[in-house]
Design a protein around this ligand. Structure first.
Ligand code: NDP
Length: 245
């Protein structure tokens, strides 16, 4: 872990809900924030969540499950002060082959799912006059990506969502920011062949794919007091892949 442990009693120790905490980037975020002294809950559909993290079963395509997950976290850990909307899927194919179902599944999970969790969190955050909304987007949201019309649209949509929330909620002490990862080693990118990984890596100024800890460290910063004047930002964590966007 690269984070400095904080006392659980510290004013900067927050109650956090991470969606999609069973693996990959969400799991690393949950682990890092727990190690940093925050009270962390994470949703899962399958698998488990890291030790010390409260696991709540939740499919973000179902508003009732999102509501129930928040209620469970609130009664176990207290009002949710930080939401990391991370749950996401891909259904890649070229546009002529992309079915409405491929489109709907990705939008409902990545974009509408993030809206559902942000909306459910907002009332409590406004009441507390404190909140941190963090959306895990992607470098392809701004770059575009052949074969990912649905996915790139969902990830670009998160930028408009976060910036609108930043404007709506700023006066209530709530920030909304986007983290835009590049190519990160997880199950989602595991299906890329060795040749493709080599090809992509050649386009990345830092010359390598990223790790889940590269993303978790930036999320840890965004919920810290040091980031209290950061809102509406899109923070690329992509080794330089998307520079200029
Ligand atoms: P993984 O496939 O490893 O993990 C995805 C997570 O999302 C899992 O925990 C999964 O839960 C959860 N999830 C998927 N659908 C739902 C749903 N309907 N409801 C609740 N949870 C759901 O992906 P990554 O860790 O790689 O990706 C995490 C986020 O980062 C995604 O939003 C992705 O788009 C984004 N990202 C990833 C990049 C990469 O290179 N890996 C690059 C840029 C962005 P379960 O397995 O239990 O279903």
């Amino acid at each position: 872990m690269t984070t400095t442990p904080r006392s659980a009693e510290s004013a900067s120790s927050r109650t956090v809900l991470v969606t999609g905490g069973s693996k990959g980037i969400g799991r690393a975020i949950a682990e890092t924030l727990h190690a940093a002294g925050h009270r962390v809950a994470a949703t899962y559909r399958s698998g488990d969540v890291p030790a010390g993290v409260l696991g709540v079963e939740c499919d973000v395509t179902d508003a009732a499950q999102v509501d129930a997950a928040f209620t469970q976290v609130e009664s176990a850990l207290g009002p949710v002060e930080v939401v990391v909307a991370n749950a996401g899927i891909t259904r890649d194919t070229l546009v002529l082959r992309m079915s409405d179902e491929d489109w709907d599944a990705v939008i409902s999970t990545n974009l509408t799912g993030s809206f559902r969790v942000a909306k459910r969190a907002t009332r409590g955050m406004m009441r507390a006059r404190f909140g941190r909304l963090i959306f895990i987007s992607s470098v392809v949201g701004l770059l575009g990506s052949a074969g990912q019309v649905n996915y790139a649209s969902s990830k670009a949509g998160l930028v408009g969502m976060a910036r609108s929330l930043a404007r709506e909620l700023g006066s209530r002490g709530v920030t909304a920011n986007v983290v835009a990862p590049g190519f990160i080693v997880t199950d989602m990118t595991a299906e890329l062949g060795e040749d493709l990984v080599k090809k992509y890596s050649e386009q990345i100024p830092l010359g390598r794919m990223g790790s889940t800890d590269d993303i978790a460290g930036v999320v840890d910063f965004l919920i810290s007091d040091a980031a209290s004047y950061v809102t509406g930002a899109v923070i690329p964590v992509d080794g330089g892949l998307g520079m200029g966007h």
